[in-house]
Design a protein around this ligand. Sequence first.
Ligand SMILES: Cc1ncc(COP(=O)(O)O)c(C=O)c1O
Length: 400
Amino acid sequence: MTFLSATLDRVKPSPTIAVTTKAAELKAAGRDVIGLGAGEPDFDTPQNIKDAGIAAINNGKTKYTAVDGIPELKQAICAKFIRDNDLTYTPAQVTVGTGGKQVLYNAFMATLNPGDEVIIPAPYWVSYPDMVLLAGGEPVTVAASLETNFKITPEQLEAAITPQTKWFLFNSPSNPTGAGYSWDELKALTDVLVRHPHVWVMTDDMYEHLAYGDFKFCTPAQVEPSLYDRTLTVNGVSKAYAMTGWRIGYAAGPEPLIKAMRKVQSQSTSNPCSISQYAAVEALNGTQDFLAPNNDMFVRRRDLVVDMLNAAPGIVCPKPEGAFYVYPSIAGCIGKTTAAGTLIDNDETFATALLEETGVAVVFGAAFGLSPNFRVSYATSDAALTEACTRIQTFCKGLS
Ligand SMILES: Cc1ncc(COP(=O)(O)O)c(C=O)c1O
């Protein structure tokens, strides 16, 4: 339809919608569906944060605010960057948006010109390539492999850089794999970037606090301080604080970039929700005590899911360092036929057959740019995870 923008032709509709829609249809028809697709914690926003939101309403903090965040929140963000990441920023170097998603989008809108390339390791969060396309740039994906636990190598990064490269987009721990880069692994990547001064780093640290066992989170400007002047460090309260619906994300970086991002936001959405901003101040400044018990719970669930999936014939599931996802390979299932007679020729047919035949909803790997795999979100109860993994085992045992 010529009435619609040509830009939209470059963007694909969300490939996850087919599975989500099918799961909803089956549920509505009374089927027992276990959803392992949601990218959000299954626990409630902590009470002290809710109380701060309620107090904001009662205190009349319900009007427009400064376009990219109230001073109290910018201060809290600066304190967080020093506390957690050894990064010093002034409030003028900080921007707050309606979720990490808007912040990432603002950054691309503020910087990309036609032909500019953004290097995106695959598998990637579904929105990255399409955001780049919407902003007029070119996504350049670099495929990680199961053998490297879904992390790209410095050689791969080096090979992907061209004179047109504007950004290297980094996400650790990752959605959809949970893979987290150690200090040394990240240093090997930043060493490459040091040799290419025209390339900037956009790091999506959304899963920073969801880091397990011996794995210690680190971020590019911390590991390689010489990149500070060309790094945008993006983060948010959605995942660690169970605040996905409050819609607060933020970033810090060089002031001219932050100003440009503010300009984009000022002519699109203006300030993020005032009430949510006050709640986010409490999230960042208040007690962090619930993070550790939540992580203990996530580690238990991760181990349960990894062990059960590895016991399913045809599935190989690495144990990731963080987030609340696993990304098993189904290479051993391709070419086989399900008990109900469906040929598994790719990960989409696997996910569809799994849903139709067992009622377990997962997202197929092609949606994240690396196949044949599927993503499981283990942010759900132990009982639901055990039942879902048992059904996956039965499904895989039935393949012939
Ligand atoms: C890797 C990654 N970055 C960013 C976001 C966006 O988070 P927000 O809810 O703050 O927009 C998500 C949400 O799923 C994510 O997984």
